[in-house]
Design a protein around this ligand. Structure first.
Ligand code: M6R
Length: 608
C-alpha cells in the first residue's frame, strides 16, 4: 500500500535525507514508484525503488521541509507522471495521497471547464487542483484545504504543502491512516509510525475526518468543520518493526485484523446497492465479449484456488453460468477444451504465480477470454490477461494468505452480481446480496472480537498432532483452507474434507487424539452437517463446531463452539474464514513458531 512521509523542521537538519530515510522504512509496504518534493528544490519522481529515487536526486537538491511518497498504483500505471507528489496548475500546491478519490472524474470535469490542465491519470491530482481553485477565492491555505476536503468522496490520508508557506504542512485523514510525529522543533506526518520513531516517540494518530496544521514548532488538530480538537500526543514504546506491523506481533495477525477494511476497499465504488448490481470498470473493455460467455473456468493455486471453488458455488447458483475450477498447476498439463465463449478467470494475490500465469497463457492460446482477479497492480498476470479487477486488499506481507482471500471472495461476489444481473439474478435478490455485502465489514468486526477466544482454543488444542476440517457446500472450500492455514504456519498435520466424504475414508482416523473442526452454520445443509458431528462424537472424536450465533443445540453436541454472525449462505465463508485463520495463527504462536515466515514457503511462487 502507498506510504506517506513529510517533514518540517527549523533545525539545521537536511529534510531531503530525513525524507529519503523515512521512505526506506516504508518500503516494506510494497510500492511501485517513489517521489519527493521540497519548496526549495522542487520535485523528483521515479518508477521503481527508493534506491532509484536516491540516485536521481541531485546533490543540489535541498530543503528544510518537504513531502514524499511511495505509490502502489491504483488509477493509472506506475509511471513517473503518475507518481506522487502531485501539484496544481501553478505548481505551488503539492500533495501526497493514500486512498481513492471516488468522485475524481466529476471534479476533474468541473475543474477542466474552469481552465485547469491535468498532467497525470491519477485520481490524486484532482485534489491539488481543487485546493488551488479554492485558494483563488479564499486566499488562505488552510481554508482552501478545508473547503476542498468538504467536496471529496472516497478515502484519503494526505500531506499537503504550499510553496509560499514552506514551513507549514497540512495532514488529513479519512479512511487511510495518518500519524503525526511531534519532535523538538520539528514535526512529521506519516502513514504509519515506522519512519517517525527514529526521530521521536511522541505521536498523535489522526481520526477519520480530522485535519492537522503543522509548523516546526506547533501542531493543531481540527475537525472537518474547522472546530479545534484538543488531544495530547501519546508516547509510543514500539520499535520500527512493530510500527510496520501496526503494533501487532506479526504481519499475519495484522493482516487478519484488516479484514473489515479490506472488504470496504474491495467494494468501494463498485456496489450499486439499490439496483443490486456491481460496476466493474476493469471489465468494461471486454463487455461485448462477456455477453457471449457460456462457460467460466477459474484457475489458481493454494488459497487462491479455494477462493475459486467458493466462487464456483456463487456463480452457478446466482448467475446460472457453468463454472469449473482447476488447479492452475494441473490445468496447464491437460488439454483443456476452450473456445471464445469461455472466460478463464485467474485468481492470484501476487499476480506472479508461474502456474497461474501459464494457465492464462494456455487459455489465450486456445482463444478463451482471460480475466484476472489480482491484488498486485501491474503484476504479470494483471498485464497478460485481457481484462480484470484488482482486489485492493493492499500488499500482503505474511506468507500465509489471509486478507487476500477475503478480498478474492468479495471480488467473486461482485463478479456474481455482475454476471448474475446480466442473466438470471432478479433485482430483488441482487439488492439483497449487495446489502449483505455492504454489511460484512461490521460483521467481520464482531468476528475479530473472537481473537482471545481463538487464542484460548489454540492453547487447548495445540498439542494435537492431527486435525480434520469438514464443511459442506460453500463451506467445503473453507474447510480445505482451514486445514491449509494450520499446516503451513503451525506444521500440524491437517486434512480438509467435504463433510459428505467423511464416511468414505477419513472417519477411520478419528479417535480422542484426532480432533475435527466442523463448519456447521445454520444454512441449507445444516442438518446434514449436524449428522456428521453425531458420527464423530460416536467415535469419541473431539469436535470444535463453527456455528451461527444463537445456535444452542450444537453446543450440546460439540466439545467447543465458536459462534459467527449470520449472513447470506454465499457470503458466510468470508466470516467463517476468520476464526480458522486466527486458530492457525495462535497454534503457531503456542508452538513458538514465526507464522510470518513458515519454513520452506515463499510468498510468491515464481518457479514450477
Ligand atoms: O499469489 P497467489 O495468490 O497466486 O498465490 C497462490 C498460492 O501460492 C498461495 O495462496 C499459497 O497457497 C499461500 N501460501 C496460502 O496461504
Amino acid at each position: 500500500m502507498c506510504g506517506i512521509f513529510a517533514y518540517t523542521g527549523s533545525k539545521n537538519k537536511d529534510a531531503v535525507e530525513v525524507l529519503l530515510e523515512g521512505l526506506s522504512s516504508l518500503e516494506y509496504r510494497g510500492y511501485d514508484s517513489a517521489g519527493i518534493y521540497t519548496p526549495e528544490s522542487g520535485v523528483v519522481k521515479t518508477p521503481g525503488a527508493v534506491g532509484a529515487l536516491r540516485g536521481k536526486v541531485p546533490k543540489s537538491f535541498t530543503g528544510k521541509s518537504g513531502i514524499s511518497h511511495l505509490r502502489w498504483a491504483t488509477h493509472g500505471a506506475p509511471t513517473e507522471k503518475n507518481a506522487h507528489p502531485h501539484h496544481g496548475g501553478k505548481e505551488d500546491i503539492w500533495l501526497v495521497h493514500n486512498g481513492i478519490v471516488e468522485n475524481f472524474r466529476e471534479l476533474k470535469e468541473r475543474l477542466t471547464k474552469k481552465g485547469h490542465t491535468f498532467f497525470s491519470e491519477s485520481d490524486t491530482e484532482v485534489l491539488a487542483h481543487l485546493i488551488e481553485e479554492y485558494l483563488r477565492s479564499e486566499k488562505n491555505f488552510e481554508k482552501a484545504v478545508f473547503k476542498a476536503l468538504g467536496e471529496v468522496r472516497g478515502t484519503y490520508g494526505l500531506a499537503i504543502q504550499y510553496a509560499k508557506e514552506p514551513e507549514k504542512l497540512i495532514a488529513a485523514r479519512m479512511g487511510s491512516p495518518i500519524v503525526l510525529g511531534v519532535g523538538n522543533g520539528e514535526h512529521f506526518i506519516a502513514s504509519d509510525a515506522s519512519p517517525i520513531l527514529k526521530h521521536t516517540k511522541k505521536v498523535l494518530f489522526l481520526n477519520d475526518g480530522e485535519v492537522a496544521v503543522l509548523t516546526p514548532t506547533s501542531h493543531a488538530v481540527y475537525k472537518l468543520s474547522q472546530k479545534r480538537v484538543r488531544r495530547n500526543p501519546e508516547e509510543l514504546s514500539w520499535g520500527a518493526e512493530e510500527a510496520q506491523k501496526g503494533g501487532y506481533e506479526h504481519f499475519m495477525l495484522k493482516e487478519i485484523m484488516e479484514a473489515p477494511d479490506v472488504v470496504s476497499n474491495t467494494l468501494r465504488g463498485r456496489l450499486i446497492q439499490k439496483k443490486g448490481m456491481a460496476k466493474l470498470g476493469g471489465l468494461e473493455s471486454v463487455a461485448k465479449k462477456l455477453s457471449h460467455i457460456e462457460r467460466i473456468i477459474i484457475v489458481g493455486c493454494g488459497t487462491a484456488y479455494y477462493a475459486g471453488l467458493i466462487g464456483e458455488y456463487m456463480l452457478e447458483e446466482f448467475a446460472g453460468i457453468p463454472v469449473e475450477v482447476e488447479l492452475a498447476s494441473e490445468f496447464r498439463y491437460r488439454s483443456p477444451v476452450l473456445n471464445q465463449r469461455t472466460a478463464l478467470i485467474a485468481v492470484s494475490q501476487s499476480g506472479e504465480t508461474i502456474d497461474t500465469l501459464e494457465a492464462v497463457r494456455e487459455g489465450k492460446r486456445k482463444g478463451a477470454l482471460t480475466l484476472g482477479i489480482v491484488n498486485t497492480v501491474g503484476s504479470t498476470i494483471a498485464r497478460e490477461t485481457d481484462a480484470g479487477v484488482y482486489n485492493h486488499a493492499g500488499p500482503e506481507v505474511g506468507v500465509a494468505s489471509t486478507k487476500a482471500l477475503v478480498s478474492q471472495l468479495t471480488t467473486l461476489a461482485l463478479f456474481t452480481l455482475f454476471f448474475g444481473r446480466a442473466r438470471k439474478l432478479s433485482p430483488k435478490k441482487g439488492a439483497e446480496i449487495a446489502r449483505e455485502l455492504a454489511a460484512l465489514p461490521k460483521k467481520l468486526e464482531t468476528v475479530l472480537k473472537k481473537e482471545k477466544e481463538m487464542a484460548k482454543l489454540a492453547k487447548k488444542y495445540a498439542h494435537m498432532r492431527d486435525f480434520l476440517f469438514i464443511g459442506r457446500k460453500y463451506n467445503y472450500p473453507v474447510a480445505l483452507e482451514g486445514a491449509l492455514k494450520l499446516k503451513e504456519v503451525s506444521y500440524v498435520h491437517a486434512e480438509g474434507y467435504g463433510a459428505g466424504e467423511m464416511k468414505h475414508g477419513p472417519i477411520a482416523m478419528i479417535d480422542q487424539e484426532f480432533p475435527t473442526f466442523a463448519l456447521t452454520p445454520r444454512d441449507s445443509v445444516y442438518e446434514k452437517n449436524v449428522s456428521n458431528v453425531h458420527e464423530l462424537k460416536a467415535r469419541k472424536g473431539l469436535v470444535i463446531a463453527l456455528a451461527t450465533e444463537g445456535d444452542k443445540s450444537i453446543a450440546k453436541l460439540a466439545d467447543d463452539v465458536v459462534y459467527v454472525p449470520k449472513t447470506l449462505e454465499m457470503l458466510q465463508p468470508i466470516l467463517n474464514l476468520i476464526p480458522l485463520q486466527l486458530f492457525a495463527y495462535y497454534v503457531a504462536i503456542q508452538k513458538g513458531l514465526n507464522p510470518d515466515r513458515p519454513r520452506n514457503l515463499a510468498k510468491s511462487v515464481t518457479v514450477e
